[in-house]
Design a protein around this ligand. Structure first.
Ligand code: SF4
Length: 228
């Protein structure tokens, strides 16, 4: 019986409560040990799985330890070092540019503001939010990736389609103290149960509050199309 709570605020709190119980250790799944590694890992993770990124960064971080290391390397060398990552040629250029700007304009330190971060090549608001949250303990927004987009729509928390509109729509609805964990909870549930193509509604802790539940709804609110 997928019936959402009366308001989006109540629905958000209920979703968070249940998912926190289901995924008590929910957090970022990229491997890193400092801010530069975090930034590099998040840039590499765009349209790529965290597992694949972690497989590549284990060696990459041994070789490239400072912003200058990335700035000095050729793009071909960097592309080779991150081979296997989606769009590795483009991302090699981003890493080189990031290394140069961080070294020359930020004294070698990863910046701690949204505007300075989004001035770096390959860094959009989503990447910047992750770096601010996990690198600097600054939570300015909600990271909206493909899982957060899909699940927020399925669960009736937003009807927006673009990540930045979804974020703006969610900010007044999700309690501020939960902005960071909200993302990780939805990612965990999106991977484990509420997958893109074949969500397992019959084994979902949110089934009775989900207006997209396949058990009694015809439409997947994420896509607006019928379940087949
Ligand atoms: S798995 Fe099904 S019931 Fe659970 S959140 Fe996803 S669409 Fe809703």
């Amino acid at each position: 019986m997928g019936v959402p709570l009366d308001s989006r605020e109540e629905q958000a709190v209920e979703v968070i409560d249940r998912l926190e119980e289901a995924y008590p250790d929910s957090t970022i799944s990229l491997d890193y040990s400092n801010r530069l590694e975090l930034l590099v890992a998040v840039v590499l993770s765009a349209q790529c799985t965290d597992e694949r990124v972690n497989g590549v960064t284990a060696d990459l971080f041994e070789t490239y330890r400072t912003p200058e290391d990335y700035a000095r390397a050729s793009e071909a060398e960097l592309a080779d070092a991150i081979y296997g990552i989606t769009f590795h040629n483009n991302k090699a250029g981003y890493l080189k540019g990031i290394g140069r700007i961080v070294a020359e304009e930020h004294d070698g330190e990863v910046p701690d503001t949204m505007s300075a971060l989004t001035d770096l090549p390959g860094v959009g608001r989503k990447t910047a939010n992750v770096v601010l949250q996990h690198g600097h303990d600054i939570v300015e927004g909600i990271v909206v990736d493909t899982h957060v987009r899909r699940l927020s729509r399925r669960l009736g928390l937003t009807e927006e389609e673009r990540p930045e509109r979804i974020e703006a729509d969610l900010l007044p609805v999700v309690p501020e103290s939960k902005w960071q964990v909200f993302t990780h909870l939805l990612i965990d549930h999106g991977r484990a149960t509420c997958t893109a193509r074949n969500p397992d509604c019959s084994d979902c802790v949110l089934e009775d509050v989900c207006p997209s539940s396949k058990l009694d709804h015809d439409v997947d609110l994420a896509s607006g199309e019928s379940w087949d």
